[in-house]
Design a protein around this ligand. Sequence first.
Ligand code: PAF
Length: 302
Amino acid sequence: MKQIQNAADLQQAVREAKDKGRQIGLVPTMGALHEGHLSLIERAMKENDLVVVSLFVNPIQFNNKEDLEKYPRTLEADLDLIKSLESRVKNEAKATEVLAFSPSVAEMYPDGEPTEIVYHFGPVEEVMEGPRRPGHFNGVAVVVRRLFDLAQPTRAYFGEKDYQQIAIIRALLEQIKYPIELVPCPIVRADDGLALSSRNKRLSPAARQMAPAINATLEQAAEMAEYEEVDDVKEWVLDTLASWHEVHDCGEGLQFEPEYFEIVDARTLQPIATWDEAGDLGAVGCIAVWLDGVRLIDIVKF
Ligand code: PAF
């Protein structure tokens, strides 16, 4: 692994790789790496000759200043994780090199942090996270476009936990017409089912014990979908989590506060009223829940 902090150095490495006809895999991250990120990097290493992992906490995608300040920054530990992954998968990897790109904000945005909304994605951004986090997807699209320009990847890897983000990147690629293969990767879960996330570190021990109930509830919802209507499944998930503390001993006055649970077409992300309305990718349930002051998201495929 080689750490690169300057855009020019990354461009140089990319040029050399391209001259040799190498395929490049890009794994965009905001650092604070966990096994979920490592699974993306591992897959990228198996499918490409060169892998670029970006480690950059992108200020313009945070619409909440406190969230940006609290975002964990663990660069040294991240670099160590990439190095040990490299030695772990060395024999099965196609990639001969991993570049860890960890630029400063000034390096990413030499003309200052862009404040304008430059991307509009239509209906796919008008649901779920979109209206609740104004400007978020524009900020994601701006940074991802910049990473695409610098790394010129053959493939780009994104985790399915941020399901709507994948739809946004798909729409971005349609707009900018870059020939990049978008590779959605399955969620990695802890043994108790909790979707891995950098935010999990902020949960108190009692909240961490309670959090797997989100996935357990979604799994039950998937079973209910065999015989219940869409609206009934939705209502049941929201009610089950909102009343969890009344039925279980949660301690510390903890309770789930669901922000939304939507059952949507997996491609368009538009809410469906009947299971038959789901198109070629099927239906997916997307949830955002507050627990212990931490906002957790997860999905279930129906
Ligand atoms: O999913 C994330 O971690 C971020 O939104 C991304 C794609 C790295 C852009 O900053």
